[in-house]
Design a protein. Structure first.
Length: 264
């Protein structure tokens, strides 16, 4: 909890007629790394099985830089970035970036439906309805934790104008989870396009070295976001977790939640 803080402060620019774009400053790394249209846990899937990749040791808010290159009009893009691993929701981490060898690096290549539109890189994840990409990453040893690295794959495509499917997978070494696979479907009603329904199923295998090991976890989730007014939305959510990895005494867990979002 905090009263006042700066969560993001950065410079972003498109150059060479939208062929290249860069961002430098205090930024939210998950907006850039393996992002896709269902990663917003405020309004969509709540479980991190689907809102992000369970196999990527991404930092959160900290100083970093990202560059993206769009070489052709076919939609191909290449993206790379570097962040300090020492995140802070409210404070400055610029000194950590330049004085401590504790960084997170990533590269990403793929095909985007947005191509050279000039849309900011951090906004493309939720907007890119037709995207296929491969992400590679590496994280230096940090605060006694070992180095970690891995790769992730994402594919999401529209079916007509109302449906979107997605498939995501990841593998890592040295991180909490070393394998993950998920897939799902989203639907926007034709008459109320601000509403959104989503359903997904995923599997994650942990790697934490505890006696006996942790179980592979299976997660199913469904949600419906209902816009009461253009500025007020309610999201109803249900989750079924089979073999929760961090609760070995329980075989099945049900989670239900209600979220409300007001935009001023």
């Amino acid at each position: 909890m905090f009263d006042l803080g700066i969560t993001q402060a950065y410079i972003r620019q498109n150059v060479f007629t939208n062929h290249f774009q860069y961002t430098v400053g205090k930024i939210f790394a998950p907006n850039f790394v393996d992002a896709y249209p269902f990663f917003d846990d405020n309004r969509q899937f709540l479980s991190q099985q689907f809102s992000t990749s369970p196999t990527i040791a991404s930092p959160l808010r900290g100083f970093g830089a990202v560059g993206a290159w769009f070489p052709t009009r076919s939609g191909m893009y290449l993206k790379s970035g570097m962040f300090t691993s020492l995140s802070s929701d409210t404070g400055s981490t610029i000194s950590n970036f330049f004085t401590k060898n504790e960084h997170f690096y990533f590269w990403e290549g793929g095909v985007s439906g947005l191509a050279r539109t000039g849309i900011p890189v951090q906004a493309r994840g939720p907007m890119d309805a037709n995207n296929i990409h491969l992400t590679g990453w590496y994280r230096n040893p940090t605060n006694g934790t070992p180095q970690s690295y891995g790769v992730a794959v994402n594919a999401n495509r529209m079916i007509g104008s109302q449906y979107m499917w997605f498939v995501r997978s990841g593998w890592s070494v040295g991180h909490f989870n070393n394998w993950a696979l998920s897939g799902g479907l989203g639907w926007r009603p034709a008459k109320t396009t601000a509403d959104l329904f989503g359903a997904a199923f995923g599997w994650t295998r942990p790697t934490v070295p505890v006696p006996g090991g942790l179980r592979s976890q299976y997660t199913a989730e469904t949600f419906y976001r209902f816009h009461v007014t253009p500025n007020f939305a309610i999201t109803r959510d249900f989750q079924l977790i089979q073999h929760p990895a961090l609760n070995p005494r329980v075989d099945t867990m049900w989670v239900t939640s209600v979220r409300a979002r007001v935009v001023f």
